[in-house]
Design a protein around this ligand. Structure first.
Ligand SMILES: Nc1ncnc2c1ncn2[C@@H]1O[C@H](COP(=O)(O)OP(=O)(O)OP(=O)(O)O)[C@@H](O)[C@H]1O
Length: 321
């Protein structure tokens, strides 16, 4: 197994019931080392519950899981030593400064000389862009600054995995951008598993995602694959000139399942659905260009917005595809 294929988190059929309410109904996750993994889902889908199970804060009622290859139930103490966690509503000691909060937390993990703890805290403050606010009490901090400090606290023991519960969801666009940039910076040091319901953020920073709905994973995989559309393959083509009878000709190709066309600024935009990617990539453009009276100015496979995929899998709950 190569370094990048090493899994930090792996769960199989994870279940959790509270009384007779089934909150998780068989969650399978595979999170690779050094990835930024977005855990998506609408409110109440079970994201926080899954994270708490991974952290060993609550026990699953079924299934199994491992982090760093260790069992999440039997070895949760050893696992937790190597994880940094940012809860959905992080708490701080409000009258203390950012530096004091960090030094207080760092002292739990690190028993070396004070000068070393101080250096570690300076490094964390720098990482999250709070160096110039280090001496201010937390009660004067904005929501975005608190969230950044929360990440610094989670990262202070150099964890091998960061679990962040909705790190950016309560922030304005600028605050969100700052948090996402910090996550990008951290990826070379650690793996990040974070939950959110803001799809735009996920599209910007994650390399893999899982979409949770009613306690079930309804889509998962590398973001590129998810954005290629889960099953529907559509090619887009912009054509200048008058393509003679192109619609009928395409309809006769056995691997074309549907075409649609719209006019835009003197060009026609074609969307061609196919069921054979290899045929389409090899022959579609060649076939259209056989008509010498036209030019093709654009040809690409349709990229989906994550929101389209999300709405589709949530609506269909994964069964309709
Ligand atoms: N201790 C508990 N007892 C009973 N029900 C619970 C408990 N904890 C969570 N739940 C229920 O489990 C479901 C999933 O909750 P969870 O907090 O995991 O969802 P979430 O995906 O994190 O949602 P959000 O985005 O709103 O934070 C909810 O219906 C919640 O009410």
């Amino acid at each position: 197994m190569s370094f990048n294929d090493t899994l930090v988190i792996e769960t199989k059929g994870l279940e959790k019931s509270f009384g007779n309410v089934k909150v998780l109904q068989g969650v399978d996750l595979s999170v690779k080392q050094n990835s930024i993994f977005g855990f998506l889902g609408p409110n109440g889908a079970g994201k926080t519950t899954t994270m708490k199970i991974l952290l060993g804060l609550i026990r699953p009622t079924g299934g199994s899981g491992s982090i760093f290859g260790r069992d999440i139930v039997q070895e949760s103490v050893a696992i937790r030593e190597r994880i940094g966690y940012l809860p959905q509503q992080p708490r701080f000691i409000e009258y203390m400064s950012a530096r004091e909060n960090l030094e207080f937390t760092a002292a739990f993990f690190y028993t070396g000389p004070k000068s070393k703890i101080r250096m570690r805290c300076d490094e964390m403050l720098e990482l999250v862009g709070l160096t110039d606010k280090a001496e201010r009490p937390i009660r004067t901090f904005s929501g975005g600054e608190k969230q950044r400090l929360g990440i610094a606290l989670a990262q202070v023991n150099y964890p091998d995995l960061l679990i962040l519960d909705e790190p950016a969801s309560a922030l304005d666009p600028l605050g969100r951008q700052e948090v996402l940039e910090i996550m990008q910076r951290l990826r070379k040091h650690t793996s990040i598993f974070y939950s959110t319901h803001i799809l735009d953020d996920v599209q910007r920073v994650s390399d893999s995602v899982a979409i949770l709905n009613h306690g079930k994973v309804v889509a998962s995989g590398p973001i590129e694959l998810i954005l290629n559309g889960q099953g529907s393959i559509i090619y887009c083509m912009t054509i200048k000139g008058e393509p003679e009878g192109l619609g009928e000709k395409l309809a006769n190709l056995p691997w074309v399942t549907h075409t649609s066309v719209s006019q835009h600024n003197g060009s026609s935009l074609w969307q061609i659905s196919v069921n054979d990617e290899v045929e389409a990539e090899t022959n579609l453009l060649r076939y259209v260009l056989a008509d010498e009276m036209i030019t093709v100015t654009e040809f690409n496979r349709k990229k989906y917005e994550l929101e389209e995929v999300f709405m589709e899998v949530i609506k269909g709950d994964g069964n309709g595809r």
